[in-house]
Write a protein that binds this ligand. Structure first.
Ligand code: HEC
Length: 183
């Protein structure tokens, strides 16, 4: 065997090896594409629920951050908020000097002390709930009132859609002599 023949053999071996590597990669690409990707994300307010079909997907799943209410407010629609508020108006008045109904009057509610109207009889849970009605607190309460303030007497299932909550919070915010900054 002369060196020319040896070279030919080496070349053939290399080509075969390359073809194999190529096929293997191609197979991987096919596998990637065909893998079922039933990754389902539901991000609402501060809660995020993940349903993942396989561990393979879980490993690759990107970390999705819940969209903040501040971001949602930036693109919220006050007229749509007025429509959403129809669901609340059975129990709440939001206009200035509005009276309490089944629920407390909501004038100037953003950043106000939670459960603190002197002329309204709150549930014990609400009266003792710490903090102010920041955008975050409103967002959490309106998503799921019964879960957020366990023992609240507000008989309302909650607004599951992020945009509904953002729109109605933007609407509530406008009922103030000095609407709170969105930050
Ligand atoms: C069926 C009547 C009812 C409906 C509908 C309802 N609420 Fe209420 N809401 C209440 C009651 C009652 C309370 C007092 C809760 C407590 O004391 O636990 C309350 C409390 C609140 C508070 C706290 C006020 C405070 O002074 O601290 C906010 C904010 C609020 N509701 C917003 C809303 C919004 C916004 C909607 C509509 C998306 C809504 N509510 C729908 C009855 C209702």
């Amino acid at each position: 065997m002369d060196s020319f023949e040896i070279n030919k053999i080496v070349a053939v071996v290399l080509i075969v090896a390359l073809v194999f590597i190529g096929l293997a990669n191609f197979g991987e690409i096919l596998y990637e594409v065909e893998k079922p990707e039933i990754a389902h994300y539901q991000v609402e307010g501060t809660e995020s629920v993940m349903t993942i079909s396989s561990e393979a997907v879980a490993e690759e799943a990107p970390v999705i951050e819940a969209v903040s209410i501040i971001e949602l407010l930036a693109s919220a629609d006050i007229d749509k908020g007025a429509k959403v508020f129809k669901k609340c108006s059975q129990c709440h008045v939001v206009e200035k000097d509005g009276a309490n109904k089944i629920g407390p009057a909501l004038w100037n509610i953003v950043n106000k002390d939670i459960g603190a109207k002197e002329d309204f009889k709150y549930s014990k849970a609400m009266a003792e709930f710490e903090g102010d009605w920041t955008y975050e607190q409103l967002n959490g309460y309106l998503l799921n009132p019964k879960k957020y303030v366990e023992g609240t007497k507000m008989a309302f299932a909650g607004l599951k859609k992020d945009t509904d909550r953002a729109n109605v919070i933007l609407y509530l915010r406008s009922f103030s002599d000095n609407p709170a900054p969105i930050e």
